[in-house]
Design a protein around this ligand. Structure first.
Ligand SMILES: NC(=O)c1ccc[n+]([C@@H]2O[C@H](COP(=O)([O-])OP(=O)(O)OC[C@H]3O[C@@H](n4cnc5c(N)ncnc54)[C@H](O)[C@@H]3O)[C@@H](O)[C@H]2O)c1
Length: 434
């Protein structure tokens, strides 16, 4: 099939490369000329494990190309995917759909025949109806189907998630559109990936419900962690004790500094706003949003407490800046709130992240960057593990202690056991561990 992918960010680029790998002919389009120029030179605009090799192979096979001009690709395409950003709208938290609608208008102008337009961006219920209205109004002459196909990939494991998904959700309102979508995913049908074929509005809402549920699970265990600290219990063991119950499941039960990233914060908020707008508030999700916001700020206070009540004039070393390991994505990363809180309290910040420092620099003022974890710890009054990169899982604690001014370890991901850190002479605080 011939596919045009509008938007070549995390989702568009990974989806485009994987669809090309299935054998489709894919053009990844982006309005950012620097991104397209980098891709044409074989440089990846994002860090995602395995993506460079996958892109290179499909470019070599002639199935994957890049362009800033959507017209020729859309004119030839049997399916046009919209994978542009849907950030929080400033001020009110609704999803900002201006990029989606702008893409729909550009697509409408470029269409030449019957095509299916697929929204892969995460969009509120009813967006597909509006995309369809835009297309029909601009091109009453054409038969255009509009599908919803939300994406569930995780950054850091995106290629595996796209190629071996837990499920594929397709929302379509007519048989022809559904048939085209089934052709897109035929290689996965052969692998018997579960496919939910449903209505467009149901597909749109499924994505928000999934993210809100996962955010709720994280927030739930974070509150249990706080209680564990007060009553002398261990949250990791509580999480294991409940997670072994198949009805609950062990995933997303790792206590930490609160969820961040490019999806959960904006998607939970957008769901809250959509529900309020329809007069059916989702109170649990409203609470999750509030609790998580407070938590990110509370993490700075946790570091200050570990430092004896003040960080004024102290050097605090942070390991990990990205919202999770194996990505360079800094969007809504908890590190941003933690650093702001520590700087407000007078701390001097030095940080190290294996992949995220380039993305972090424009977002952070007054932060010094180190070349590795040990250089980061040098002369520090406290070391804070913010993101659980593998490179931080087996650090030489004796060497770290020797480099630091004060042996304070705040482990916001529970990477180390308290006993192990204490044996090396650290004053240790984890999350939800007494
Ligand atoms: N990042 C994730 O892990 C993830 C996972 C699932 C779903 N999603 C959803 O997928 C969507 C895209 O997210 P992302 O993280 O890939 O965003 P992104 O910001 O990384 O990429 C979006 C890209 O679209 C481009 N763009 C915007 N308007 C365009 C236009 N008219 N023509 C061509 N290009 C255009 C931008 O230049 C940018 O490169 C969002 O709705 C997001 O919620 C993201």
């Amino acid at each position: 099939m011939r596919i045009a992918m509008i938007g070549s960010g995390y989702v568009g680029l990974v989806s485009g490369a994987c669809l090309a790998d299935f054998g489709h002919e894919v053009v990844c389009i982006d309005k950012d000329p620097a991104k397209i120029a980098a891709l044409e030179e074989g440089r990846m605009p994002i860090y995602e494990p395995g993506l460079d090799a996958l892109v290179a192979e499909n470019v070599r096979q002639g199935r994957l190309t890049f362009s800033t001009d959507l017209r020729p690709a859309v004119a030839r395409a049997q399916a046009v995917f919209i994978a542009v950003g849907t950030p929080s709208r400033r001020g009110d938290g609704f999803a900002d759909l201006s990029y989606v609608y702008a893409a729909a208008r550009e697509i409408a102008e470029a269409l030449t025949g019957p095509t299916v337009v697929v929204t892969k961006s995460t969009v509120p219920v009813g967006t597909g109806d509006e995309v369809e209205r835009i297309l029909r109004e601009a091109r009453p002459d054409l038969e255009v189907g509009v599908a919803s196909n939300p994406e569930f990939l995780r950054e850091g494991a995106a290629i595996g998630d796209f190629k071996r998904p837990d499920r594929i959700v397709i929302g379509a309102e007519d048989a022809r559109t559904a048939a085209v979508m089934q052709d897109v995913y035929r290689p996965l049908y052969l692998n018997q990936a579960p496919i939910l074929l449903t209505g467009r509005r149901t597909a749109e809402l499924t994505k928000y419900a999934a993210n809100a549920f996962l955010a709720t699970k994280i927030t739930f265990i974070n509150e249990i962690a706080d209680l564990c600290e007060q009553v002398g219990a261990n949250v990791q063991e509580v999480a294991r004790g409940i997670g072994l119950d198949n009805r609950i499941g062990g995933k997303f039960l790792h206590a930490g500094p609160g969820y961040g990233g490019s999806c959960f914060p904006k998607d939970t908020l957008a769901l809250v706003r959509t529900a309020q707008e329809h007069g059916t508030p989702v109170r649990i999700v409203e609470t999750v949003v509030a609790v998580n916001d407070q938590r990110k700020r509370a993490m700075a206070r946790k570091v200050i407490t570990a430092c004896g009540g003040s960080v004024r004039g102290k050097r605090v070393a942070l390991l990990g800046l990205t919202f999770k390991p194996n990505t360079d994505d800094m969007r809504d990363a908890p590190s941003l709130s933690i650093i702001a809180g520590l700087q407000d309290a007078g701390a001097e910040i030095v940080a190290y992240d294996p992949e995220g420092m380039e993305q972090a620099r424009p977002l952070l003022d007054g932060v010094a960057y180190a070349e590795d974890a040990y250089a980061c710890a040098e002369g520090a009054d406290a070391l804070v593990i913010v993101t659980e990169w593998n490179a931080f899982r087996a650090l030489d604690l004796a060497r770290l202690k020797g480099l630091m001014r004060a042996p304070v370890l705040v482990d916001l991901r529970n990477v180390y056991a308290s006993g192990e850190a204490e044996r090396h002479g650290f004053a240790y605080s984890g999350v939800g561990v007494a």
